[in-house]
Write a protein that binds this ligand. Structure first.
Ligand code: NAP
Length: 246
């Protein structure tokens, strides 16, 4: 299903790639000889991440990209077009969360903020990058989602997912899953595949390093679905073990 060789020399953009799972996704794609564009909202952090990957022999370049800023998104698209003329892989990875609130007491402004990054950001970045992805022989879009967005798991009292309460984060990932299907349907007759992928519970800044897996482990499934062979699926939700229930 995965065919890294097909993607040698391909161009990949990863949002929120300066640290955590995004950084490890960039590293994993770079190891497959893919040119990795390190999308980051902070120039110093983005440049440091690109330099660190360059030190490992990866062709990594920083591109300023705040997924909540239309200006940086359109500048990033122009920058990619000027340098490469197209894009092969987009990984919508940037994300934020709000923990510690019940649905009844979380501030609506906080929920909106989470949606700006986790849902409207990926929509805006995907729309801006699609013209470049359409010029690829085989475009791949991976939306980094979460099992916390799975309605069937959240609705199952036996599932640990039902214990993780975060109105903004969890529902933003449910909506991201739906957005994945919407784009996959629009692109069904093209060579572009769009999938949502769960990295699993990883120790990163988003959860104060409470996760049980490393960011590198979490990056493996997103890298796999970013380099899917032409016979691979589109419009699904996956983790490293295969399909995840919506
Ligand atoms: P993390 O270490 O906190 O990294 C989040 C990344 O997103 C950082 O690079 C951050 O940049 C970036 N970011 C946040 N807001 C942004 C914006 N407006 N524009 C551009 N970049 C922005 O967390 P992580 O665990 O690696 O999370 C990566 C993705 O995995 C998220 O979508 C998260 O929901 C998902 N995920 C994580 C887990 C887990 O257990 N860790 C599980 C399931 C899904 P700054 O450094 O500038 O803040």
């Amino acid at each position: 299903m995965t065919n890294g060789d097909l993607f040698q020399g391909a161009i990949a953009l990863v949002t929120g790639a300066n640290k955590g799972i995004g950084f490890e996704i960039a590293r994993g794609l770079g190891a497959k000889k893919i040119v990795v564009l390190i999308g980051a909202r902070d120039a110093a952090r983005g440049q440091a991440a690109a330099a660190s990957l360059k030190g490992e022999g990866v062709d990594a370049r920083f591109v300023e990209l705040d997924v909540t800023s239309a200006g940086t998104i359109s500048r990033a698209a122009r920058w990619i077009e000027d340098r490469f003329g197209h894009l092969d892989i987009l990984v919508n990875n940037a994300g934020i969360a709000e923990w510690g609130f019940k649905p009844s007491d979380v501030d609506l402004a906080k929920v909106r903020e989470v949606y700006e990054t986790n849902l409207f950001g990926p929509i805006a970045v995907t729309q801006a990058m699609l013209p470049l992805l359409r010029r690829s022989k085989r475009g791949r879009i991976v939306n980094v989602s979460s099992s916390l967005g799975s309605l069937s798991m959240a609705n199952d009292p036996q599932s640990p997912v039902s214990q993780f309460v975060a109105l903004g984060y969890n529902t933003s990932k449910t909506a991201l899953n739906s957005m994945t299907v919407q784009f996959a349907n629009e692109l069904r007759e093209t060579s572009i595949k769009v999938n949502a992928v769960c990295p699993g519970y990883c120790a990163t800044d988003i959860n104060d390093h409470r996760g049980l897996r490393s960011a590198a482990q979490g990056a493996m499934a997103p890298v796999q679905y970013a380099t899917l062979g032409d016979e691979g699926p589109s419009g699904g939700l996956f983790d490293e073990n295969g399909r995840v229930a919506w």
